[in-house]
Design a protein around this ligand. Sequence first.
Ligand SMILES: Nc1nc2c(ncn2[C@@H]2O[C@H](COP(=O)(O)OP(=O)(O)OP(=O)(O)O)[C@@H](O)[C@H]2O)c(=O)[nH]1
Ligand SMILES: C[S@@+](CC[C@H](N)C(=O)[O-])C[C@H]1O[C@@H](n2cnc3c(N)ncnc32)[C@H](O)[C@@H]1O
Ligand code: SF4
Ligand code: SF4
Length: 326
Amino acid sequence: MATLVDGFGRTFPYLRLSLTEACNYRCSYCLPNGYQADGRPGFLTLEEVRRLVRGFAAVGMRKIRLTGGEPSLRKDLASIIAAVSAQPGVQKIALTTNGCLLPRHVRLWREAGLTALNVSLDSLQSARFAAITGHDRFDEVMEGIEIAQTLGFDAVKLNAVLLRGLNDDELPAWMDFLRGRDVSLRFIELMRTGDNQAYFERHHYRAEALEQQLVDAGWTLRPRAADAGPAREYAHPDFRGRIGIIAPYSKDFCAGCNRLRVTARGDLRLCLFGDFGIPLRALLQSDDDHDALVARIATQLGLKAAGHGLHQGNTGITPHLASIGG
Ligand SMILES: Nc1nc2c(ncn2[C@@H]2O[C@H](COP(=O)(O)OP(=O)(O)OP(=O)(O)O)[C@@H](O)[C@H]2O)c(=O)[nH]1
Ligand SMILES: C[S@@+](CC[C@H](N)C(=O)[O-])C[C@H]1O[C@@H](n2cnc3c(N)ncnc32)[C@H](O)[C@@H]1O
Ligand code: SF4
Ligand code: SF4
């Protein structure tokens, strides 16, 4: 079986594919003024997605995460899931979503082949949720999460970005929530992007501080699989749920990197905060270009750096994470 290995010995079984840059939310750390269309040509079509995933599966990608912008705004999302699912070699298809369309569509996505779901939920308080996301849809998201838990997904995970002064006092409420629910909550440390510099200075909260609170409350670090990626996960015998920490500023975070990204317009991005994109779209117009696509992916991997430059204030060409899919 083919495997992509970079110059630092890391393997890449995981592709994060953005399906759109558009979003219906205005998260204060991501798109505070909402999505602004820029008039450039559209996002990858279903057929282009199929060829792209076929190429990445051929170099050893086993897990495909669909993201955005908000991927559920794609009217053809169920067809995309089915097409990705049909590619030989693809074993896991995951979706990262803001959750507001879950009640309407999540059963359909599951039937189409979706195997795992990550839902963003920055607060357990409805008013705070609305203030952070610019969208008063807390009840729909909660309803969607409850439905998803009945559908037999391999995993349902929740993402909360840690924000100083906005949601950094909710650990006790989250623990109550997780006591009887088989879900994994992950706290994501706020990342500096090109557009959110002043916001970052105001609201960045160190993940290590929260991790210490977890340890003090008796939570222990679970052993990680070699290909588990950068999140650290904690468990506690009194709780069914687990708590993960995604702490990109912590030591060795990038040493566990196991993923590549493709933007909604078909550019390969070797890092969330990379300095350049590698256009693949021209090779997605015909099945005849499959071998050329595979060769381009494999050769470009040689340019992947050891890590991000976030500590030095580098944000690469990423203005906000909606532009690349997080
Ligand atoms: N710096 C950095 N942050 C990442 C990376 N992968 C995920 N994140 C952050 O974590 C957020 C949530 O990621 P998800 O889309 O839920 O995916 P994931 O963490 O890979 O989830 P799993 O596939 O379930 O392990 C992203 O939007 C980023 O903010 C990464 O490679 N580097
Ligand atoms: C860019 S969104 C795309 C998918 C979908 N719209 C959603 O919100 O789940 C993916 C993830 O990135 C996170 N995110 C966005 N901007 C971030 C930032 N500056 N720092 C850390 N996480 C961020 C979001 O909270 C979300 O969990
Ligand atoms: S984090 Fe997701 S939901 Fe929020 S604005 Fe960005 S893309 Fe939209
Ligand atoms: S920041 Fe870049 S190198 Fe580090 S884990 Fe994320 S994608 Fe990989």
